[in-house]
Design a protein around this ligand. Structure first.
Ligand code: HEC
Length: 130
């Protein structure tokens, strides 16, 4: 009986983990390249580029299709390969094809919603839209 209960709890946990991964890492139906990209992204990038908890801070910028649109695509690939002072480079871990796969996956991610407007502090002059 106890074992059956433990099993049920375990499977419930697995199920929840899958559901959570789907929402955090994009749509469920991907072609093989996008699926590889999603796996690499969740392994190597999610720690800085996704929010693990609603209350946890995000270290890197939130990545989406906007990050890799048009001319930004080449720039993003260079950043992923070489890194920056705040981000490790992946050219020794990943082949060019794997970096391409991550970028193909990023193209599926919807742009983040705009941050909520903050009310001006009391007594501050009214802010005009920039
Ligand atoms: C240690 C944390 C960390 C990890 C791991 C990391 N990044 Fe970053 N990334 C950052 C930070 C911080 C920035 C903000 C720009 C900067 O400071 O270089 C960034 C910027 C970027 C940018 C440029 C975004 C823009 O708007 O210009 C891309 C693209 C990117 N990361 C992709 C990735 C990918 C893909 C991976 C995984 C293969 C990854 N990053 C792993 C921290 C990280």
């Amino acid at each position: 009986m106890r074992i059956a209960l433990a099993g049920a709890i375990f499977f419930a946990g697995v199920f929840c983990a899958q559901a959570a991964e789907e929402s955090a890492y994009g749509p469920a139906e991907l072609n093989p390249v996008q699926a590889e990209g999603r796996q690499l992204f969740s392994q190597s990038c999610g720690v800085c580029h996704t929010k693990p908890l609603i209350t946890a801070p995000l270290f890197g910028p939130q990545l989406s299709k906007l990050t890799v649109e048009g001319q930004l695509e080449a720039q993003a690939k260079t950043q992923i390969a070489n890194g920056s002072p705040n981000m490790p480079g992946f050219k020794y871990n990943y082949t060019a094809a794997q970096i391409d796969a991550v970028v193909e996956y990023l193209k599926l991610l919807p742009p983040p919603p705009p941050p909520p407007a903050r009310p001006a502090p009391a007594g501050a002059p009214a802010q005009t839209a920039r």
